[in-house]
Write a protein of this length. Structure first.
Length: 430
């Protein structure tokens, strides 16, 4: 039998735990509303998933706190299912944050609890229920840790810090479940040792939320940097973005490709397209050319819009022949793909100017200046062709339109390198 003092202390302990549950409910619902408002503003799906997760977890904990005042089925089965479903939504949000689809395994924590409730010894024993819940939570934490460690990006140090906080909660959950079974607790008031674990777990939970905020801040910073370096219409790099990537190209070790090439493209008669088909059609042409060029480069370099109908690509090459063949491959692909803009089917050609410098001395302004002279020469020679500035000499690649369409298609299908070799090799040997 318990003395009056024991009963008073036990009652106070229950009250403290219930108060803690209700405080957490208020915090969780507040976080849910904040995340929901953020989702309404930015429409990133992970905000909505996390908002739902905190709402489910908060309501589930509140129902647990009301045990004795509401039916046991609601305060036990329903409440814990909701809380663990909330954990699943946190996992879903992490997947979406990393740009991945939501997988069925997000339901595992809640399903573990539901499956355990079909076992009568577990369902009818408070200690076993506590252990089951904590096992389900530990599985959820394990999945989160795996997702966080799998992706390596600029925020990896912040991710590792978040893993640490989740790991502490994982350990606390495991100890809570073990102590509940060993001591065969019959209520929240009976688990003194387990209750003490609540405080480090709660601290790490709050610290984890703050670390998630840091992850979001770092993500926003990266997005702002990307926007500052990206053309809003085409999604290609802008001049600033090309400057940044040129520095990366210069720093990279590539003895087989000692030169940096700048391919400067200008869409021929673009003003006529705007005047004849409208500016919206012109924008469609700009976007289409950006897509064609990026696809043709296939990761070999970087592509950007310099302004208006002018574009540029920078890449490491072995020699002038490689640079010219890549430029010709892009131009020929554009020539063979009429662009559909509303009711208009537009045939587009481009002129290109090429400049090359050794990687260690490559400078964007110098490259652009030389490529501009080559581009002007290509325009003066009749457009729809490539010119190369080499050691102060301007070399014109014969126009591609002199080849039949079947020949062009065959050359493109065969190899990008072969595309213009027949016409480029002759001028390269001058």
């Amino acid at each position: 039998m318990y003395s009056a003092g024991d009963r008073l202390r036990r009652g106070k302990r229950v009250l403290d735990i219930v108060t803690g549950f209700l405080i957490w409910t208020a915090e969780a619902l507040t976080l849910s509303l904040v995340l929901l408002s953020r989702w309404q503003y930015q429409r990133d799906p992970f905000y909505l998933s996390w908002s739902i997760g905190f709402a489910l977890h908060g309501i589930g904990v509140a129902l647990v706190a009301l045990r004795g005042d509401i039916p046991d089925f609601v305060s036990i089965q329903v409440a814990n299912t909701m809380a663990l479903a909330g954990v699943g939504m946190w996992i879903a949000g992490l997947l979406q944050f990393d740009g991945k689809p939501v997988e069925p395994f997000v339901a595992i924590p809640a399903l573990i609890w539901i499956a355990g409730m079909f076992l009568i010894p577990v369902r009818d024993n408070f200690a076993y229920r506590v252990a089951l819940y904590n096992v389900a939570v530990m599985v959820g934490y394990s999945i989160m840790i795996g997702i966080l460690l799998k992706k390596q990006d600029a925020s990896r140090s912040t991710r590792r810090l978040l893993v640490f906080f989740i790991g502490v909660q994982f350990i606390c959950s495991g100890l809570t479940g073990v102590l509940a079974v060993v001591n065969q607790v019959t209520s929240f008031a009976g688990g003194t040792s387990a209750t003490l674990l609540f405080f480090p777990a709660a601290f790490c939970f709050v610290a984890g939320i703050m670390t998630c905020g840091k992850l979001l801040a770092e993500r926003s910073e990266r997005q702002l940097k990307a926007l500052a370096a990206t053309d809003p219409l085409t999604g290609a790099l802008n001049r600033r973005g090309l400057i940044d990537e040129l520095e990366n190209l210069r720093a990279s070790e590539n003895p087989q490709k000692p030169l940096v090439a700048l391919l400067h493209f200008d869409l021929d008669n673009f003003k006529r397209i705007n005047d004849t088909c409208g500016h919206q059609a012109g924008d469609t042409v700009l976007v289409a050319f950006s897509r064609i060029a990026a696809t043709s480069l296939n990761g070999r370099g970087f592509f950007g819009r310099m302004g208006g109908e002018e574009f540029a690509s920078i890449l490491r090459v072995a020699d002038m022949v490689e640079a010219a063949s890549i430029a010709e491959g892009i131009r020929m692909t554009l020539t063979l793909q009429p662009i559909v803009a509303g009711p208009h089917r537009i045939d587009v050609t481009a002129s290109a100017g090429i400049a090359l410098l050794p990687a260690e001395t490559a400078d964007l302004d110098k490259l652009l200046s030389s490529a501009d002279r080559a581009l002007y020469a290509a325009k003066e020679a009749g457009r729809d062709r490539t010119a190369v500035e080499s050691n102060g000499t301007l070399l014109i690649v014969p126009s591609v339109h002199r080849l039949s369409e079947e020949t062009m298609e065959a050359e493109i299908s065969a190899s990008r390198q072969v595309t213009a070799l027949r016409r480029i090799t002759a001028i390269a040997q001058r």
